[in-house]
Design a protein around this ligand. Structure first.
Ligand code: AFD
Ligand code: MN
Ligand code: MN
Length: 424
């Protein structure tokens, strides 16, 4: 379904006076407010094609109906999010869950929703129907060269799909690892993976990147072959300038200082970008900002500081994506909440008084440094983010609009109660 722009306008009109009061108050002491708003307008976060349906756990799955059953419907859903928030203008495909059949048609559909194709993702963590060799004991790190070859070939296929669609990066997430001590020779596993990645790297077009995503555990519980940022960075450094490290917020050991990881990867020019989500225990894939909003802000603070130090474009020079899974919420509402949380953190980071923070750091004034960050974090910037949204044609209140227009009920009427989306 497509959202009628005049409906958004109508909905906004009723809320406009109240919004204006909040915005004027929020903007009062920000001299370069228009500049901040333009940066917010530019900033977009890609939506993964696998997050549009109900995720579930290994214990069960409780779909809410109207899930997108085809790639076209998934794009329709992302188009819907983008129409509402104007900040979700890209989709990230997972192959073979979303094999595009007719590139020209898919591309024109994307254009009609004002969507771009973000990084393409390979999948060597599952065995597909008719697949010759199994990934039970890994893919790119496998002891058997034939399995490695098959996985390399798959990644090259994924790059080919991406080229047709206009993607500029391949994200490789490996489930390779071991479940028990002694199962694996770590050094050989690393070297096999490196060799495999080298072949994939060689297949990258000139203007492409490969994002190497690390994860500390699951589905392997004793070791993961790309288990942390150090291991990912080792691969990225050995591979060359097109290889970078991708940070997924749910992939660290408990209490890891992710903002410090981000600062150093940025310093090295090796940060690929993000998979945003939130977690309490592990790779929980919860709504961004649901558990640790202050951590999210601290990460954005390092991102803005580090990108500015390198003269990078906030919107374009890193890959921004959500990687979440929804068990009890409507996936579209959940994604709207996630994008909003990201925009709020970005807005906060743009508002940090950098001069004051630098001075406090240089003079070891711990209290003032903390005050600068916490005062910013405790400032209500919701009206500023909402202003950016309406200036670019989005809804003042995306979730309110989604509910008022009964969008899920409309999707169920179109697609049925039991349509199921592919993905995890
Ligand atoms: C994994 C990773 C990753 C991968 C996804 C599959 O976060 O990005 O593509 O799940 O759904 O945990
Ligand atoms: Mn991820
Ligand atoms: Mn994950």
């Amino acid at each position: 379904m497509r959202i009628d722009k005049s409906k958004i306008q109508e909905y906004n009109d009723a809320l406009l006076n109240a919004h204006k009061r909040k915005f004027d108050f929020a903007a009062e002491h920000i001299p370069d407010i228009n500049n901040i708003i333009n940066q917010l307008i530019e900033f977009n976060v890609a939506i993964p094609s696998w997050a549009l349906g109900t995720g579930g756990t290994r214990f069960g799955r409780f779909p809410g109906g109207g899930e997108p059953g085809t790639l076209e419907q998934k794009m329709e859903d992302v188009g819907l999010l983008h129409a509402l928030n104007q900040s979700s203008g890209a989709i990230s495909l997972h192959i073979p869950w979303d094999i595009p059949e007719n590139y020209a048609e898919i591309k024109s559909l994307a254009a009609s929703f004002d969507l771009k194709f973000d990084a393409v993702n390979s999948n060597t963590f599952q065995d597909q129907k008719d697949q010759e060799l199994s990934y039970k004991f890994g893919s790119l790190h496998h002891t058997n060269k034939a399995v490695r070859k098959q996985a390399i070939q798959h990644n090259i296929e994924v790059i080919k799909h991406g080229i047709e669609l206009g993607s500029k990066a391949l994200t490789v997430w490996l489930s390779d690892g071991s479940c028990f001590p002694g199962q694996l020779n770590f050094r050989k596993a690393f070297q096999n993976t490196l060799e495999s990645l080298e072949e994939i790297y060689a297949a990258l077009p000139e203007d492409w990147k490969v994002f190497i995503e690390y994860k500390c555990s699951e589905p392997n519980f004793y070791s993961m072959t790309v288990g942390d940022w150090g291991q990912s960075l080792l691969f990225a450094n050995k591979l060359g300038p097109k290889a970078k490290t991708l940070v997924d917020l749910g992939h660290h050991l408990p209490n890891a200082n992710i903002e410090q990881i981000v600062a150093l990867l940025l310093m090295e020019g090796k940060l690929a970008g993000f998979h945003f989500n939130d977690s309490k225990y592990g790779d929980d894939d919860l709504t961004v900002g649901a558990m640790k909003p202050y951590q999210l802000f601290l990460i954005f603070n390092e991102l803005v500081e580090g990108m500015d130090a390198r003269g990078m474009n906030h919107a374009k020079d890193l890959g921004w994506m959500i990687d979440a899974s929804h068990n009890v919420k409507d996936p579209l509402e959940d994604l709207l909440q996630s994008v909003e949380a990201i925009m709020l953190s970005y807005a906060h980071a743009l508002l940090v008084d950098r001069q004051k923070l630098n001075a406090a750091q240089e003079s070891n004034d711990v209290v003032v440094a903390q005050e600068v960050l916490q005062n910013t974090f405790r400032t209500d910037v919701r009206a500023i983010v909402a202003e950016a949204r309406i200036r670019s044609g989005g809804s003042l209140d995306p979730i309110g609009f989604f509910r008022e227009q009964k969008i899920r009920a409309q999707l169920i009427a179109q697609r049925g109660k039991s349509s199921i989306a592919t993905g995890l």
